[in-house]
Design a protein around this ligand. Structure first.
Ligand SMILES: [Cu+2]
Length: 339
């Protein structure tokens, strides 16, 4: 390769040096303007979605942090930190909440911009996925996850003439603090509390907490007694104690339809669903067992939730089962039926 000093110093390269010199001065001027008027810098903000324990059993269902102040024109990138799926969704004021499988009309990721006039949503996001939303106009916008109803937040978009209360370092610390608090929520005692009741299993437990920006929840995606032993003829009762998360009790292959119970499930007088297994190779699926949604003024009252599933075991054997929604997080158990 030729050395640069082997070339004659032409007019052309002199002009090039002049141009570079001017560009260099412009560059310094540009930096000086940004130092004097930092609001001209359009910040790119970052937030996390979810937090989890090492065994995946404890899931913080939360935007971390769930309240952020930015300037109009800026964007926020959410990064998924967990194995449980979530969406980043901005509905319009008064919009009926759609199922998470529904797309926002006319919207397609990834170029998301939300000004309050049209719904914006990510698809179902999993660990490592990112979703960025630009906020071109000032306003206060509610952020929701379409999968988890107690997972909300608020984005305050201010006019650039207003000063922002916090920087990115503050939000990073807030996210850390909120996720640590959520994962620490004491639910183990409650999970063990029901053990005095014979032949009962708690199928998930949770708690919802609030901040000024919205609500977060902690769900324990576990069966309280994953290795229960009973006798032939006994009935086990599973109860979902979680205020929002649905679970299933599924023996045998996972059905196509997870929401509804399998056709061999009946309903007891108290509303609990009930199945009978005559052999470890039999299949039965509870469908979603979950709490009723919260009631709200102006909406029709929701019916009571179906939170219980009972199974009667007529023959001895080992009966493995899963929650078909959360088996990937390790929500599994088995029933040992003795003669
Ligand atoms: Cu589950």
């Amino acid at each position: 390769m030729a050395r640069s000093d082997s070339y004659p110093f032409s007019d052309r390269s002199a002009r090039a040096f002049q141009v570079f010199g001017i560009l260099g001065k412009l560059h310094i001027l540009f930096l000086a303007v940004l130092v004097l008027f930092p609001e001209l810098l359009l910040a790119q903000w970052n937030a996390a979605i979810g937090a989890q324990s090492d065994d995946l059993g404890r899931q913080a269902l939360a935007f971390l942090p769930n309240e952020i102040w930015i300037h109009a024109g800026e964007s926020i990138t959410w990064t998924m930190a967990v194995n449980e799926g979530h969406t980043v969704t901005f509905l319009t004021s008064g919009q009926i909440r759609p199922p998470f499988t529904a797309e926002c009309p006319g919207f397609s990721a990834p170029s998301a911009s939300f000004d309050g006039s049209a719904c914006v949503t990510s698809g179902l996001l999993f660990r490592g996925d990112k979703f960025t939303v630009v906020f071109p106009v000032a306003g206060n916008f509610k952020l929701v996850c379409l999968v988890h109803s107690d997972m909300t937040g608020t984005i305050h978009v201010l006019d650039p003439s207003q000063s922002l209360p916090h920087d990115q370092a503050f939000y990073d610390r807030e996210a850390q603090r909120e996720s640590a608090d959520l994962l620490r929520v004491e639910v183990a005692g409650v999970m063990n509390h029901h053990h005095h009741l014979e032949n009962t299993v708690i199928a998930g437990h949770g708690d919802t907490v609030a901040t000024g920006g919205g609500s977060d929840s902690l769900s324990v995606m576990r069966f309280s007694d994953p290795g229960i032993t009973v006798h032939a003829g006994d009935t086990i009762e599973w109860t979902n104690d979680d205020p929002t998360a649905a679970h299933t009790i599924t023996f045998g292959p996972e059905p196509q339809d997870l929401v509804d119970p399998s056709s061999n499930v009946t309903v007891d007088a108290d509303g609990a669903r009930h199945g009978v297994l005559n052999s470890p190779s039999d299949a039965v699926h509870s469908g979603f067992i979950e709490a009723a949604p919260q009631d709200r003024t102006g909406l029709a009252q929701a019916p009571s939730g179906v939170t219980r599933f009972r199974v009667t075991f007529s023959k001895p054997g080992i009966y493995p089962y899963i929650c078909s929604l959360h088996d990937v997080l390790g929500m599994k158990g088995s029933v040992v039926v003795l003669p």
